[in-house]
Design a protein around this ligand. Structure first.
Ligand SMILES: [Mg+2]
Length: 386
């Protein structure tokens, strides 16, 4: 399973790097961060199948942009260790410098704030310290099964004081996108209640979702399925009750309703429903609809820049003054990098030090830490001391 996840991350990373390349020059200008490793037009021409080629060409450049990046921010210089020979991200050994250099911290949730239903050690104290230092805190998650309001209840149940406006789930992002473009038709949902609730709040009519979870299809000779021709968007998120009825309904809408939009809350290959193994993620549901329609979705969640752009615009935040903190390289760290933000990987979730420092990994954050409480003060790097 590990090798599958790794190769999936590589492909996703390569694809997003290629997508991000088009914006690299403007990002470099606006953030002072060099994107030299993205500028070669040869990368732009490579498809996702060119990941191996991308590996060969990027590897020799890895240490150069990291050093140049640090040089671009004097305040950050003191925060970094000497660059490793491998070009892998350094441990965050001077968190005060990082805190001083950014105004907003965006935290992924699962594997960063909590694991399942348990709070990760030191989270309340860390968030309190950052708030006391005047930092804006925002929480983002690709999990679309809950609405903002439901996530707020989870934060509250775990003893954390967070407002609804500080939470951005991909369910909210999908609804915000449709509302933002003045969408006035119906949305067909493959997904769970979180998407429905956010569509309700956004005032978007919808059908499908859990209500279609038990439906079956009679495939007797001559049978055809009717569908609503007023559906103008199919929204696909993680759905534990995906069935053939939903697949056919969504396919009909996308293939037969002119201009019907295809929106994915996220394309995560795997998710962590239990601690025992990785489970097929929202990307598997999106992939099914891609397969039947040959269409590509608009992705509202990480690592797409939509949610970052929405957050920055809504709050008037300069993205170069944001630090994205997450436990996944191919979603969280790429999300931050695609947005031109600082990035901090924590090892309290799905990524371990070995994966981060593997020669096969080409997504390097600015720093890594064991968990977010490392922001409270220097601790020994993972793998060096207990
Ligand atoms: Mg996570």
């Amino acid at each position: 399973m590990q090798s599958v996840a790794k190769s999936g991350a590589l492909r996703t990373g390569a694809g997003a790097l290629l997508q991000g390349a088009e914006r690299s020059d403007s990002l470099a200008k606006s953030t002072g961060r060099p994107f030299a490793f993205l500028r070669s037009s040869s990368y732009l021409r490579q498809g996702q199948g060119g990941a191996a080629q991308l590996h060969r060409e990027v590897a020799p450049l890895k240490s150069q942009p990291r050093q140049a990046s640090r040089g671009a921010a004097t305040a950050m210089a003191a925060a970094v260790s000497a660059p490793e020979a491998t070009g892998a991200a350094p441990y965050l050994d001077d968190p005060a410098s990082l805190i001083d250099s950014v105004k907003t911290f965006i935290f992924d949730c699962d594997g960063v704030i909590w694991k399942g239903e348990s709070l990760i050690d030191g989270v309340p104290e860390t968030l309190d310290k950052l708030r006391a230092a005047g930092k804006k805190l925002i929480f983002v998650t690709n999990n679309s099964t809950k609405s903002r309001k439901q996530y707020m209840k989870k934060f509250t149940d775990l003893g954390l004081s967070v407002t609804e406006e500080e939470i951005f789930a991909s369910s909210f992002a999908a609804a915000a996108y449709l509302k933002g473009i003045g969408f006035n038709k119906k949305a067909y949902i493959i997904g769970e209640v979180g998407i429905q609730k956010e569509m309700d709040i956004a005032g978007i009519s919808h059908l499908g979702g859990p209500e279609d979870g038990q439906k079956t299809i009679d495939l007797s000779p001559g049978v055809m399925m009717e569908h609503d021709h007023d559906v103008g968007a199919v929204v696909v998120g993680f759905d534990r009750y995906l069935n053939y009825y939903k697949l056919q309904y969504a396919t009909l809408c996308l293939r037969e309703n002119p201009g019907c939009l295809f929106i994915a809350t996220n394309c995560d290959a795997v998710t962590h429903l239990t601690d025992a193994q990785e489970w097929a993620g929202g990307g598997s549901m999106v992939g099914a609809i891609k397969g039947s329609t040959k269409k590509e979705p608009f992705v509202a969640g990480k690592p797409s820049t939509f949610m970052m752009d929405w957050i920055a615009k809504s709050y008037g935040i300069d993205k170069s003054e944001i630090c994205m903190v997450g436990d996944r390289l191919d979603t969280d760290i790429l999300f931050g990098q695609n947005g031109g933000c600082r990035t901090l990987l924590v090892l309290s979730g799905v990524t371990n030090l070995k994966t981060l420092q593997s020669p096969d990994n080409h997504i390097q954050p600015d720093f890594y830490a064991n968990q977010i409480s490392d922001l409270l003060g220097a601790k020994a790097p993972a793998g060096v001391a207990a």
